[in-house]
Design a protein around this ligand. Structure first.
Ligand code: FAD
Ligand code: FES
Ligand code: FES
Length: 1377
């Protein structure tokens, strides 16, 4: 028991009282270390809210917390991250979870219904959080506007949908959608419909969000007269498609209206007791005591007595410190409710805010002030409000307080630079010293995470001053992602002039991200004071900032040149903005682009697909946009994921001991300290493996537990079993492992090349005569290009529950895996039992994307061994950081190429070597490399090719499958060199691509003939629909008129081969049971990870059996129903399993035929049963004709190809590297779509995931092979605000595929690469910036095109000021794998 418990607060432990979904919860023994999320999920068994990250970065855990505010006299409803909210902070609050607002058993809330019906839920793991963010918004604003809608999701991530359908569904709640009639006229406002607009919402500029509406388009989006894009006919009239095109994926008229009066009321009991905070509460846990003082005086007394006690208000800093930085705070004081730190007050000089005011409160109060007061007085307020737009998400701003941000003293705090430049003051108080006022100046932050506030002091308030008429204030921030991200560098600038002049009276320049603390550029300020604000000032300021803000090349955080460049670039923006405002000397028009604040329109676009043929039966679901079959369960939180399963009796939790070394000998493992810890049962290691410790999904080159040495950071060394997750994880950290470093430590591809560390054999595809072709070529280019790895970031991390049955070695594994068969086989091998004793079951996954194809076996095999040793059920769900460390990612690739081409742009020869970083084991890396080799021709026909693939063995975690499986990397390099060919030839990129494009009958470099090649059709349609040529001219014009903002436009094609390249995997099985009541239980070999496979399979079965989908159920995938299944991967699962399902259903149908004369389906089934006819059948399918031989370079590796094309337009900020995707048009060939809603969802989801790959997602590794980017804080996937402002997706019509089920095509992977159109559009924009700086010709831009790469490629006077340090002259903080 902590000492503090004996010496502080009341004698007795207090009762924690709060409400959850209207029910009162009283806990006599609340543990201060427990979060609300854990409490809901484990104690109350409300598993709707999900754990996606545990650090406030994904929003999957969002719930609504309501409190009665005495000060405001009303109930406040706040979206909150349950993963960061300590349970003790909930005293007196009412919590609403997704279960509390509606269910499939009672009725759905409109927020749930609309998300499901608009196809806004795929895997569903993010869904409860998104529902709750929307619900909270509507509780506060029953008819929000689009800005409010978009802002509500700043703290929510989704990895599946690409966000568009979520916004589309929820737009129907907005003012813009509802218009004058409340949206009740069917699809949107009646006025828009009368105007022939707005099929599904947004109706500005004569366009509709969900389908363009001119040319007589009806209210439901059906194109009667040829579809139109931007009001332009697309030229398809008369080609036979025009009558059967639909843009409607859901029916708004089906939506139930929102009735705010029906929402649950705030518990009256809490209203009454809200004023009763007069009692001090004390909650005592195993290690931590939590005190909620009744008075501020008590807070000061406690702080005097216990200066090291932590004050906690929002817990958004402290929670992360405890969870991820192993900080321990035995005494917590929670003063957030006290009026002394919760107020705002206007004063003569500005507004004073209590330090406990939340950031939302700060924002709202300042926004009101801006509206009420003269503009000049509120320039500082405006800068704060603008900065808060980019500060975390709603969930964090709703709880995080001003004092918390200041006192944390983060070097990248967004507010502290503003407060410093503004010269704000804070009032602090202590029990003995009373209160004092401290100015926030250069002395305020004396060191890393230290402030001028003494340990025994408490911050009471902050004064935010008004600005004067001759004073200007602006703040800037550049992050990896615009929304909800911490800054790389931020800055705040204030300047005040002598009255009526442009002479600087005083100036404040503060920066974050440039030192261990927020810093002020004081020398610069001194040098500039007294100078005039004219063009001579700029060089003076820039050179002085360079001196004031030095960064060594090895600086923690890396990016030294970029960060330094940002400081002067930001100042330049400020300089021009003030110059413009002063009107002293007009800023040249092209330069004004540096000053504009970020603004983007609400996203909109269209989705077009072919309707089912006339005459198709109403009950035949194939080809219709039916909803994901689990969607309703996902939006209500009823869908069960692995960790949602109730605990089993005697269950233990597995805490993993992971290697901290990249390459080292294990000298000893000592679990003794861990074994002494509370709740711990045992340690499990290599010696406990009853079968074989040697394992591996492809070849046996791994160990279940590292036995003698470790070969990467994150490798499993051992496991601790304990009664709870917290105990197991804590104990695992206490296991002492001694290592001895081994050499060499091979981390990067370059290291592997140096050490010739490759997996053999080295595969090669060779065609034609390269030497001759290069000799004949007019020109040759040689180059090198890289593309980084990509973290899967499925929202549900890897999870498993393993249950030993105690008999014959039987064991049951519930696992979140794409590969039940491999899970079963590898567990059996580790256990030393035949596979028939192990059953693996998969209900659904919260996303997979390839990350759960093989690497989950690492986790499930460890758990199987643990369950065997304990002979008790065990459970694990990896924390996000563990998952990111242990489970490999998309492979980073390096290519070295030589391309020969003619002056007209025709490519005649390609010699390319590809290197991928496989990590410490082979896993699927060879398959990934082979696919990259197959796709290294892009969408082009090249007569002479040599493509060689080196699979690099390194001391990093084993990399694995990821949507596209090497394809996107191969395709990316092709687009890289082809755009350089165009530049070298001085011909447009579009023309060079068209010239070399694959055509019907062409032979690929692996000698496969292209049949039914839809490449050109996709391309031409996309170029036309996107109005490419007109927009090219517009982009050129824009670039001519703007120096610091540039636009870029690019088109890319894609051709993606469908089939597993490991031929044996192209097989599938299905099992159909028909029960005597007519219901059908369907099982097949594929797993459901959100991609809608089960929905499609039910559609297939429904068509074959000729019964409605409602009669068919899929419960799970399991190895005891369909054996020896291939992983659900390679986009082929609908093709393979669909055929197997079809065959099984056909067998059943054949057997039923004799009974099908009269009566219903149920009658036939019963008649057959009584006639003793078997009502269960299997189906088995193998893809025919796959016979590729790489040695001979002949045969067919693929069943067929998917084709597509995309055009993207972007705008970049040349000074910061920021970018916005203005528009993307996609035309994708999916054959005859089985389900257009699912297919469009896959295309958009893949596109946004690919967008992350090509622009934003960057793994950050230390030179010693330690992953820094271990969570959403540092690893950024695209958010709601990153999707294209306009996104138009068309499914190619009239292109049936004779090689797959019901003429459909695969869709999961092929569209991902189309996102590279954004990358090449960015490159196009950068070229324009470089041209302005006098730089012409080709240049290298590696993927991802991060803000850093964009900024540094836009070379100008600011980048020239900070040249890169010579590689090798310093030890970098981070490296690229
Ligand atoms: C997902 C996520 C995103 C974030 N994004 C951003 C961002 O974009 N920009 C940014 O700047 N920050 C960001 N943060 C950091 C954090 O949210 C803010 O710093 C927030 O303001 C902290 O407030 P809090 O109430 O949650 O602090 P807490 O965690 O409760 O406390 C933080 C510290 O402040 C001390 N403290 C609190 N109040 C007082 C007081 N009155 N007197 C003395 N000490 C006090 C506490 O003792 C503690 O040391 C983010 C955090 C998360 C988890
Ligand atoms: S789990 Fe809470 S924000 Fe990710
Ligand atoms: S549906 Fe959003 S993460 Fe899967």
């Amino acid at each position: 028991m902590p000492e503090t418990e004996l010496t502080t607060g009341p004698e007795e432990k207090s009762e924690l009282v709060f409400f959850v979904n209207g029910r009162k919860v009283v806990d006599q023994d609340a543990d201060p270390e427990m979060t609300l999320l854990t409490y809901l999920r484990t104690k109350l068994r409300l598993t709707g809210a999900k754990l996606g990250c545990g650090e406030g970065g994904c929003g999957a855990c969002t719930v609504m917390v309501s409190r009665y505010s005495q000060a405001q006299g009303k109930v406040l409803h706040l979206a909150v991250n349950a993963c960061l909210a300590p349970i003790c902070s909930l005293h007196g609050a009412a919590v609403t979870t997704v279960e509390g607002i509606g269910s499939t058993r009672t009725r759905l809330h409109p927020v749930q219904e609309r998300l499901a019906k608009a196809h806004g839920s795929q895997c569903g793991f993010c869904t409860p959080g998104i529902v709750m963010s929307m619900y909270t918004l509507l509780r506060n604003h029953p008819c929000p506007d689009m800005d409010q809608l978009e802002a509500a999701f700043q703290g929510n991530l989704c990895r599946c949908t690409g966000y568009r359908p979520i916004l589309e569904g929820y737009k129907t709640f907005t003012k813009e959608f509802q218009g004058c009639c409340g949206g009740m006229a069917g699809n949107g406002c009646c006025r828009n419909i009368q105007n022939g607009q707005a099929a599904n919402g947004h109706a500005e500029n004569g366009q509709a969000a969900n389908g363009h509406a001119e040319n007589g388009q009806g209210a439901n989006g059906h194109v009667a007269n040829g579809d139109t894009v931007n009001g332009q006919p697309n030229g398809n009239a008369g080609n036979g498609w025009t009558e059967d095109v639909s843009t409607e994926l859901f029916q708004v008229s089906e939506f139930r209206p929102l009735d705010p009066t029906q929402e649950p009321i705030f518990p009256p009991e809490l209203m009454k007791s809200a004023g009763g905070d007069q009692t001090t509460l004390k909650f005592v846990g195993e290690r931590v005591t939590w005190i909620k003082p009744a008075t501020f005086k008590e807070v000061l007394e406690l702080k005097t007595k216990f200066p090291q006690a932590k004050l906690v208000v929002g817990n958004s800093e402290v929670g992360v410190e405890v969870k991820f930085k192993n900080c321990e705070y035995p005494l917590i004081i929670a003063p957030g409710h006290l009026p002394e730190i919760n107020f705002h007050r206007y004063t003569e000089h500005g507004i004073t805010f209590g330090a406990g005011c939340t950031l939302t409160y700060l924002n709202d109060t300042l926004t009101e002030a801006i509206a009420d007061l003269p503009e000049h007085q509120t320039r500082l307020f405006a800068a704060i409000v603008e900065m808060l737009r980019w500060f975390a998400g709603h969930q964090i701003r709703n709880v995080g307080c001003i004092g918390g941000n200041i006192v944390t003293a983060s070097p990248i705090s967004d507010l502290n630079p503003i407060f410093l430049s503004a010269g704000c003051t804070v009032t602090v108080a202590s029990h003995q010293g009373g209160s004092r006022v401290v100015r926030m100046d250069h002395d305020f932050f004396p060191g890393y995470r230290r402030t001028a506030v003494a340990p025994e002091e408490v911050m009471v308030s902050l004064d935010v001053p008004f600005t004067k008429e001759n004073e200007y204030f602006l703040a800037y921030k550049q992050a990896r992602r615009r929304d909800d991200d911490i800054a790389i560098v931020n800055a705040a600038f204030r300047v005040r002039f002598e009255e009526g002049t442009n002479v600087i009276r005083d100036i404040g320049l503060s920066f974050g991200g440039m030192a261990p603390t927020t810093v002020m550029a004081r020398n610069t300020a001194n040098r500039l004071t007294g100078l005039k604000w004219d063009n001579d000032l700029l060089p003076e300021a820039c050179s002085s900032l360079e001196d004031d803000l030095p960064l060594p090349p090895s600086v923690p955080g890396g990016m030294a040149e970029f960060r330094r460049t940002l400081t002067t670039s930001f100042f330049f923006k400020f300089f021009l903005s003030v110059q413009q405002r002063l009107n002293i000397k007009d800023v040249p028009p092209p330069y004004r682009s540096a000053c504009s604040l970020y603004h983007r329109e609400s996203p909109h676009g269209s989705q077009m697909y072919q309707e089912v043929p006339e005459g198709q039966g109403r009950e035949d679901a194939v080809g219709r946009p039916i909803m994901h079959l689990s969607a309703l369960k996902q939006v209500t939180g009823e869908a069960v994921y692995t960790d949602d399963m109730p605990p089993l009796q005697g269950e233990l939790y597995v805490g993993l001991v992971l290697s901290k070394k990249a390459h080292a000998k294990i000298l000893s493992i000592d679990p003794s300290a861990a074994l002494q810890m509370p709740g711990v049962e045992m340690f499990v290691g290599a010696e406990d493996v009853p079968g074989s410790n040697i394992t591996g999904p492809a070849v046996m080159d791994e160990e279940v537990f590292a036995s003698e040495k470790v070969t990467c950071v994150g490798q499993v060394v051992g496991a601790v079993l304990a009664d709870t997750q917290a105990h197991a994880q804590r104990a695992a950290k206490s296991v002492a492992v001694q290592y001895e470093d081994l050499e060499p430590k091979i981390i990067t591809i370059e290291d592997a090349i140096l050490h010739q560390s490759f997996f053999h054999p080295i595969n090669k595809i060779e065609k034609g005569n390269l030497q001759e072709a290069f000799e004949k070529a007019d020109q040759i280019i040689e180059g090198e290009l890289r593309i980084g790895g990509q973290e899967h970031f499925y929202l549900e991390t890897c999870a498993a529950i393993v249950v030993p049955h105690g008999e014959d070695g039987e064991m049951e594994i519930y696992c979140s895996t794409q590969n039940p068969a491999k899970t079963q086989m590898l567990a059996a091998k580790a256990l030393g039992v035949p596979a028939n004793r192990v059953v693996c079951r998969v209900k659904r996954m919260g996303g997979g994307f390839g990350g759960k194809e093989t690497r989950t076996c690492v986790v499930s095999s460890v758990c199987a061994v643990a369950a065997h040793k304990a002979q008790r059920p065990v459970r694990i769900m990896l924390d996000r950081d563990e998952d990111m460390m242990m489970i490999g990612t998309r492979h980073p690739f390096l290519s070295r190429y030589k391309v020969g081409f003619m002056n007209d742009g025709r490519v005649v020869a390609l010699d390319i070597s590809l290197y991928n970083n496989a990590g410490n084991s082979l896993d699927l890396s060879r398959g990934v490399m082979d696919r990259a080799l197959f796709h290294s021709d892009g969408g082009y026909t090249i007569p002479n090719v040599r493509a060689v693939g080196y699979v690099c063995k390194t001391n990093t975690v084993s990399n694995t499958a990821f949507r596209g499986f090497g394809g996107p990397q191969g395709l990316f390099f092709a687009e890289g060199w082809i755009s350089d060919v165009a530049i070298k030839c001085g011909i447009s990129q579009l023309k060079v691509r068209e010239l070399n494009m694959n055509r019907e009958g062409d032979l690929t470099h692996y000698n496969m003939k292209l049949e039914r090649c839809q490449m050109e059709r996709c391309w031409q349609e996309c170029v036309k629909k996107s109005d490419f040529h007109t927009r090219r001219r517009q982009v050129n014009r824009f670039n001519g008129e703007n120096r610091w903002k540039k636009r870029g436009l690019a088109a890319v094609p894609t051709k993606f081969g469908i089939s597993f390249t490991a031929t044996f995997l192209n097989q599938a099985g299905a099992l159909v049971h028909v029960y005597t009541d007519g219901s059908v239980l369907l099982t097949h070999g594929g797993t459901e990870m959100g991609q809608g496979l089960h929905t499609k399979m039910v559609q297939v079965a429904s068509r074959v059996l000729r019964i409605p989908t409602s009669k068919i159920h899929i419960s799970e995938t399991s190895t005891n129903t369909v054996p020896n299944t291939s992983p659900t991967a390679a986009s082929a699962s609908s093709d393979l399993n669909g055929m197997a399902v079809k065959l099984a259903c056909e067998t059943i149908l054949q057997r039923l035929e004799p009974y099908m004369g009269k009566g219903s389906w149920e009658d036939w089934v019963r008649a057959a049963y009584f006639d003793r006819v078997g009502l269960s059948a299997t189906g088995f399918y193998r893809t025919p004709g796959l016979d590729y031989d790489m040695q001979k370079n002949e045969g067919r590796p693929f069943n067929y190809f998917c084709y597509g094309a995309a055009v993207s337009e972007v705008e970049i900020d040349c000074l910061t590297g920021d970018h916005t995707v203005l528009r993307t048009d996609i035309v994708m060939d999916v054959g005859d779509s089985l389900n257009p809603a699912i297919d469009i969802g896959q295309i958009e989801g893949a596109f946004v995931q690919g967008y992350g790959l090509f622009t934003m997602e960057e793994q950050v590794y230390s030179p010693d092979g330690v992953l820094y980017s271990r969570g959403p804080g540092m690893y950024k996937i695209p958010g709601f605000a990153d999707i294209p402002v306009q996104l138009n997706v068309s499914l190619l019509r009239g292109a049936p595929n004779d090689k797959a089920i019901f003429s459909s095509k695969a869709v999961g992977e092929p569209p991902l690469f189309l996102a590279s159109s954004v990358f090449f559009a960015i490159k196009d924009a950068v070229s324009s910036a470089r041209a302005d700086a006098g730089l012409k010709g080709t240049f290298r831009l590696d993927s991802p095109a991060t803000a850093e790469r964009i900024r540094m490629a836009c070379q100008d006077q600011f980048t020239a000021q900070f040249p890169a340090a010579e590689p090798g002259s310093f030890k970098p903080w981070a490296i690229r794998l």
